[in-house]
Ligand binder design. Structure first.
Ligand code: FE2
Length: 197
């Protein structure tokens, strides 16, 4: 299993205009989570003993297609790399998004440069840093999320998002957690069981 739909608020964003005003394609925040994510969602997560560490907002305001690199998620915390095994993702606006997980076994693994300015999340890439070509890999699983239905996604296995829209706009968000709260995909699957759709 690489994904699981969750019973959580369908649009957890608040003060969304401020994010739009920043005119960035994506925004990471680890300090203003309460400002951008609604209380209903935070209360539910709190009821299972979780507090998000950060969220990422993706807004493609003038882009109709997107193909991400093939990567697995890691974070640089207290001068060490930590796996980021799980995220909760929402597609807030309608579109055609497919999440793919690939078996990249045997391909070259490229870690990010630790000397680059630090962000909250990095990718371990496959083959080359910008590799988007999955033709040599076997598909482990794929999933097309429904608009407004959040899902738990496994992010420590190489994955890729391919996105199309005919409405010129994509708004999506991803919530992430501290590695000590959710150290593995298996621990997340167990923790979120009360919230499965
Ligand atoms: Fe990722």
């Amino acid at each position: 299993m690489y994904f699981k739909e969750l019973r959580l608020p369908s649009n957890p964003l608040v003060n969304f205009e401020e994010l739009l005003d920043q005119k960035k394609e994506y925004t990471y925040s680890n300090s203003d989570i309460d400002r951008y994510v609604n209380k209903d969602l935070l209360d539910i997560l709190n009821s299972i003993g979780l507090r998000p560490r950060f969220f990422a907002w993706f807004g493609f305001i003038h882009q109709q297609q997107g193909v991400s690199t093939i990567h697995s998620d890691i974070s640089y915390v207290n001068n060490v790399w930590q796996s980021v095994p799980v995220g909760i993702n929402w597609e807030v606006t309608p579109g055609d998004m497919t999440f793919y997980w690939w078996d990249t076994h045997g391909d070259k693994v490229i870690w990010p440069d630790q000397t680059k300015p630090k962000r909250d999340i990095f990718g371990v890439h496959q083959g080359s840093v910008m590799n988007r070509d999955s033709s040599a890999y076997t598909c482990l699983d794929s999933f097309k999320p429904k608009t407004g239905v959040p899902f738990l996604a496994r992010t420590d296995v190489p994955h890729q998002v391919i996105y199309n829209t005919n409405v010129d706009t994509r708004v999506a968000i991803s919530l992430r957690f501290d590695n000590k709260d959710l150290p593995t995909w298996e621990s997340a699957v167990k923790k979120f069981e009360p919230l499965y759709l």
